[in-house]
Write a protein that binds this ligand. Structure first.
Ligand SMILES: NC(=O)c1ccc[n+]([C@@H]2O[C@H](COP(=O)([O-])OP(=O)(O)OC[C@H]3O[C@@H](n4cnc5c(N)ncnc54)[C@H](OP(=O)(O)O)[C@@H]3O)[C@@H](O)[C@H]2O)c1
Length: 212
């Protein structure tokens, strides 16, 4: 059993916290107002607290913040996140008037690399940003199997995250280690395909996959 902290309590935090709580992990959901949303009360093993408390109490912390806010927030939590695995699921983009991504905020680097740079003592692992939140903890629900990608500098941290993905139902074959944190540039760029895909497919859940 791992204690998993969340920075942010939105749609992604809810999907992942629900999946990991059901798998037996202990969850602490951190919010800026220290007011956990109602969904946390519906789950066993889920507590609420401040962002700092979520970062401090957990062995593994999830960045489930908007990409526009993530870097500043995690930088302010540097000492609480020291030595922790930080799972980064965020996409940092400029959006059009429909709310769709039109440019990558940190290109030519990536949000994950920028986070690793401001948190040199944390182990940042990028994953799960290439899919709708409904797929993250339910990878068997699509007509074609999705893939999850891992980018990070520490092999042990990526192995821990791969184990947590397995707890959500991800088969090992569908989890691809892309390499060190610089490889996060590729999955982060997937967000630029979301607007044209929604135009083409309509409002359906989808995820990046690699046929082989
Ligand atoms: N939704 C998806 O399908 C999906 C898929 C892949 C990746 N992602 C990425 O995952 C991240 C989370 O997405 P989401 O859909 O869960 O977003 P969301 O529902 O909007 O939730 C964002 C959470 O972050 C909090 N937050 C916002 N600004 C903050 C700040 N400055 N300081 C502290 N907390 C702040 C919000 O709290 P308040 O209530 O206080 O504002 C809210 O709890 C984003 O980076 C997104 O790009 C989302």
């Amino acid at each position: 059993m791992t204690t998993i902290g969340f920075l942010g309590a939105g749609k992604v935090a809810r999907a992942l916290a629900t999946g990991w709580a059901r798998a037996g992990h202990s969850i602490i959901v951190g919010t800026r107002r220290n007011e956990p949303p109602p969904w946390t009360k519906e789950l066993n093993g889920v507590a609420g607290g401040t962002l700092e408390k979520a970062a401090q109490s957990a062995a593994v912390v999830v960045n489930a913040l908007p990409g526009s806010a993530a870097l500043e927030v995690v930088a302010g939590l540097e000492s609480a996140l020291s030595g922790k695995i930080l799972i980064d699921v965020a996409n940092a983009v400029d959006v059009n008037d429909m709310g769709f991504a039109v440019a990558l905020r940190y290109a030519p680097t990536s949000l994950a690399e920028e986070i690793q740079a401001v948190l040199p003592s944390a182990f940042v692992v990028k994953t799960l940003n290439t899919m709708h939140e409904s797929v993250m903890a339910a990878p068997n629900g699509l007509a074609f199997p999705p893939m999850a990608f891992l980018s990070g500098n520490e092999e042990a941290a990526k192995a821990t995250v791969a184990g947590l993905l397995a707890d959500l139902g991800w088969p090992a074959f569908n989890v691809i280690d892309l390499g060190d944190i610089r490889s996060a540039r590729a999955p982060e760029a997937f967000i630029l395909t979301v607007a044209p895909l929604v135009r083409a497919l309509g409002p359906v859940a989808f995820a990046l996959s690699v046929a082989r």
